[in-house]
Design a protein around this ligand. Structure first.
Ligand code: ADP
Length: 527
């Protein structure tokens, strides 16, 4: 049996018995065969000495059982690693950051506690997946949409806490949560926002309650175990349509993004889309490859013109009353036309809801329509390959897009990346007011390739931070590196996180090292 760091095998065996008494013998896993299922199959540290491997897993079925597990962990100072459904692919999956941690697996807590289609919200437990919630709503014919991420096999609780993004106007998942129930490390149950009021009637309708707004400290954090989460749902819209905006010159990007930001920040476009370069995205061919490699702008513009390919394009997804979204599209076209000579447009598909099952079957991607899917895996690369996302947040300006592509391409080149140029990646609008760049790296079962990827990744973090860009989320392997870059005033924010950690979790039992926050006993003090 594997043993958590600093624990004697006999004490761990005793603790395991107590976990079994808390949750039932069938729900504590200690054999290598069972525990290996919690490893990250695509860890960038795959089969290296540093790959974090859990020692056991324990799966409670309710809040009282969570409290009992925490009591045992405190008694023996056992590090736990909390997961909801553990599908956090690309960020560590269900594997802990600290080797030897016991996985606190909440997937048995899978009750949909409420769905309200008049005020449009749900209250769910951590083990409810996007598929479960979709099914619950669909079977009852409720007129509300969920907002699944790509892919939809994870949970609204895990994804919202990690501040993941989807595609509909509810795309910012943390922002669209409302009210939590959290078990603190000492076993105390706290309800946030209006939930603190016994018999509250608006726990899922009004976020703030009274006094300091506390929810944020439980996201991307190791300060509590979230056992219930409220999420806002989208009332089923009447209609949807898209339109594509295309420009032919490299420098048109500046105005393209300026108008795009205006439309986003005015609430005219409210959903996730991407600004991309079809020229960079198109198939490999020798002439284009040479131009791309050398970054020859005039040559690329000429190629684009000859082959009738836009240099840049953005697709605008619009949700709402049919008449309103038609007017929004017309308005957007007027704005782009006034700003960019030669801009062209193409109407995209439009739909009225609800969709028929035939329409759903014909959709190339169901996710923007609130229907969870796993289809993203078919475009993620060859079978047997995982991925890692490097995701800096950059300003929503054309200048920042161009600069980031230049900087990151240089890193790729310097370090001989197998994936080529950063310029071929689009920027996404998963969040309001800023772009997120997502550079995907393949993670394979080859130690040398993964070592190279880690080297590139760490250089990207440094180059990014040197320009004032920071990552919004990362794989457990890089959490320390990224936390280190958020260093204003001698790491004042990280020190505040540590102060809270010490106060709320003095034994350091909850997810040590999560997002760079370590308990006192495991912390290397900063100078
Ligand atoms: P998903 O259910 O979407 O697959 P995970 O269960 O993998 O997401 O969770 C992603 C991360 O979010 C975990 O590694 C953990 O750090 C954090 N997390 C997940 N669920 C909880 C929870 N209920 N309470 C506190 N933190 C959580």
């Amino acid at each position: 049996m594997r043993v958590p760091p600093g624990l004697r095998a006999a004490d761990f065996a005793e603790a395991i018995k107590q976990f079994e008494a808390a949750v039932g013998k069938d729900w504590v896993f200690t054999s290598d065969e069972d525990v290996d299922l919690y490893r990250d199959a695509y860890s960038p540290l795959w089969h290296e000495a540093e790959e974090p491997i859990p020692s056991a897993a324990v799966a409670p079925d309710g809040v009282e059982q969570v409290q009992a597990v925490l009591q045992v962990a405190n008694r023996y100072k056992i590090p736990l690693w909390t997961i909801s459904t553990g599908r956090n692919l690309g960020y560590g999956g269900s594997a802990p950051l600290l080797s030897g941690s016991v996985v606190l697996d909440l997937k048995r807590m899978n009750r949909v506690l409420e769905v309200n289609d008049k005020n449009h919200y749900a209250l769910v437990e951590p083990g409810v997946s996007y598929f479960d919630l979709y099914k619950y709503i669909h079977e009852r014919g409720l007129k509300v949409w969920i907002d699944p991420p790509d892919p939809g096999w994870g949970s609204p609780v895990g994804n919202s806490l990690e501040r993941g993004g989807g595609y509909t106007p509810m795309r910012d998942h943390y922002d669209n949560h409302c009210g939590m129930e959290v078990v603190l490390a000492n076993g105390e149950i706290v309800r946030t926002g209006m939930g603190a009021l016994p018999g509250a009637k608006t726990w899922q309708q009004y976020k703030y309650g009274f006094g300091p707004y506390i929810d944020g400290i439980f996201s991307q954090s190791n300060l509590g175990v979230v056992t219930k989460l409220g999420i806002w749902l989208l009332p089923e819209p009447e209609a949807y349509r898209t339109g594509t905006v295309m420009v032919s010159k490299h420098d048109d990007l500046l105005k393209l993004v300026e108008v795009f930001a205006y439309l986003m920040n005015s609430g005219i476009v409210q959903a996730t889309t991407l600004v991309t370069s079809p020229l960079w995205f198109s198939r490999p061919n020798p002439e284009l490859d040479a131009l791309r490699f050398n970054g020859e702008v005039a040559g690329l513009e000429d190629y684009a013109k000859r082959h009738n390919i836009p240099y840049w394009s953005v697709n605008l997804p619009l949700y709402g009353p049919a008449r309103v979204i038609e007017a929004q599209w017309e308005f957007a076209k007027d704005k782009f036309s006034a700003a960019i000579p030669g801009v062209t447009f193409a109407d995209g598909p439009s739909y009225r809801f609800p969709l028929s099952s035939e329409q759903v079957a014909n959709l190339s991607d169901t996710v923007p329509f609130g229907i969870p899917s796993l289809s993203i895996f078919s475009i993620m690369g060859p079978k047997g390959q995982g991925h890692l996302g490097f995701s800096p947040i950059i300003p929503m300006t054309g200048e920042a897009v161009l600069e980031s592509q230049k900087v990151f391409t240089q890193v790729y080149r310097d370090l001989g990346s197998p994936t080529g140029s950063a310029a071929s990646f689009p920027v996404f609008s998963f969040f309001a007011r800023a772009f997120v760049n997502i550079y995907l790296f393949p993670v394979v079962h080859d130690v040398e390739t993964n070592r190279k990827t880690r080297e590139i990744y760490r250089r990207l973090i440094k180059e990014s931070a040197a320009r004032g860009w920071g990552e919004y989320r990362t794989h457990t392997t890089f959490m320390n590196d990224i936390a280190e870059t958020y260093s204003f005033n001698n790491h004042a924010l990280l020190r505040l996180h540590e102060t809270m950690k010490d106060a709320l979790d003095p034994n350091g039992i909850l997810s040590p090292g999560k997002n760079g926050v370590w308990p006192k006993t495991m912390r290397k003090e900063r100078a």
